[in-house]
Design a protein around this ligand. Structure first.
Ligand SMILES: Nc1ncnc2c1ncn2[C@@H]1O[C@H](COP(=O)(O)OP(=O)(O)OP(=O)(O)O)[C@@H](O)[C@H]1O
Ligand code: SF4
Ligand SMILES: [Mg+2]
Length: 372
């Protein structure tokens, strides 16, 4: 593997026409399950991520959206190589980093950073903010012009915090401010790609917008690419140029923002969109009838055959149980808009006639209300 980090010259299918920074092909992570006595042996596997294809262009923001447990964080941790992939390929800036060793990863490590969901637990409570933000520079032996402290103060200012708070501890900050500290730490090494794993979902709604705006500023001004993980399409709507929708370890639909929000084809994307709260809609968006998903998400240990969404899909037919739908550009889709479905929905967000009940919690709530 070469140590040269120059980007590949060819344009790739990032949807934005920009050069590819990150390319993921057939990415798979199966967590083995061990059982038996007295000798433990492998009895199964959690198919957390199962053949994911994804690209992120230079400076591009890609949203990765799906329900809890669908494999978003695992994908993020594979991309940042915090986890070892079971199979598939991860190419970063033209180099294959799928199974790169720690030493081989060293030059890339600083370029790919992660922001975590929980700003409380991701910061060491015993370290000052200055130490927290400075430490990636120390670990990587980076001495910016003017010194590390100067750089930290600049970063604090960039993320909207007071540089005078350099010596304060995390508990002296609010949730939103702590997430800003997390952003400053991620920026300390001038990354090219940030994997942000639900960076705002632990924050109050009013604070969420501020942090998303900060990340937007970072993306615009510093040209940093993002893989932005969220369980809700509303959060990535204004932030990501492209969106990939995940279900049970697979990407079921991917496309540019307009295709996903206004011309979705996969039934699951329709369902997710209908769950986006009204307040998140702008004036131009048609009001969507709520589609409610019935049943629980199946276990990733025994995912359904064929299309994994079939147990909750209102359009499922026999073929869906026997043939896995490939992620392809189906008829009527624009370039770069891929959908994995045998019987896709019309490219519209108009209300559907039938209304399928899908959210078990919602169903239980309605039942309880009916009784009163
Ligand atoms: N280390 C592990 N060992 C075994 N199973 C795991 C491990 N990490 C994750 N899983 C399982 O893999 C699946 C995907 O988990 P993951 O955390 O990637 O989902 P997610 O989409 O990020 O969910 P959430 O929205 O709740 O954060 C889940 O079924 C989870 O229980
Ligand atoms: S392939 Fe079949 S089950 Fe899967 S989403 Fe399409 S219609 Fe539904
Ligand atoms: Mg997660």
């Amino acid at each position: 593997m070469s140590d040269n980090l120059t980007l590949p010259a060819q344009q790739a299918a990032t949807g934005t026409g920009s050069e590819t920074l990150l390319e993921v092909k057939g990415l798979t992570k199966h967590f083995p399950i061990y059982g038996g006595f007295p000798i433990k042996r492998k009895v199964g596997a959690v198919q957390a991520v199962d053949g994911v294809d994804l690209t992120v262009g230079v400076g591009e923001s890609v949203g990765l959206v799906g329900e809890s447990g669908c494999g978003k964080s695992t994908t993020g941790r594979l991309v940042t190589r915090l986890l070892e992939p079971t199979s598939g390929q991860i190419t970063y800036a033209g180099r294959d980093i799928t199974h790169a060793s720690r030493r081989q990863l060293a030059p890339v490590r600083s370029e790919i950073q992660m922001i975590f969901q929980d700003p409380y637990s991701s910061l060491n409570p015993r370290q000052t903010v200055g130490t927290i933000i400075k430490s990636p520079m120390e670990v990587n032996g980076i001495n910016p012009e003017g010194g590390r402290e100067k750089k930290v103060r600049e970063l604090l200012e960039l993320v909207g915090l007071n540089p005078e708070h350099y010596n304060r501890f995390p508990h002296e900050f609010s949730g939103g401010q702590r997430q800003r500290i997390g952003v400053a730490r991620a920026l300390a090494l001038n990354p090219k790609l940030i994997v942000a794993d639900e960076p705002v979902s632990a924050l109050d709604v009013s604070i969420q917008a501020q942090v998303v705006n900060l990340l937007q500023k970072v993306q615009d001004e510093l040209g940093i690419a993002f893989l932005f993980i969220a369980h809700d399409l509303a959060v990535v709507r204004h932030f990501s140029q492209r969106v990939a929708v995940m279900y049970l370890g697979k990407v079921v639909e991917v496309g540019d923002r307009d295709s996903i929000y206004n011309r979705p084809r996969h039934p699951y994307t329709h369902a997710l969109l209908s769950a986006v709260p009204e307040v998140a809609m702008d004036d131009e968006t048609e009001e969507r009838e709520r589609i409610r998903l019935s049943g629980d998400v199946p276990s990733p240990i025994h995912p359904p055959s064929g299309c994994r969404f079939r147990t909750r899909c209102w359009k499922a037919q026999d073929k869906c149980a026997t043939e896995e739908p490939p992620l392809v550009q189906i008829s009527g889709n624009r370039d770069g808009h891929l959908t994995a479905c045998h019987f896709p929905e019309e490219p519209t967000t108009e209300a559907r006639d039938e209304d399928v009940v899908l959210d078990p919690a919602l169903k239980a709530l309605e039942k309880a209300q009916d009784k009163h």
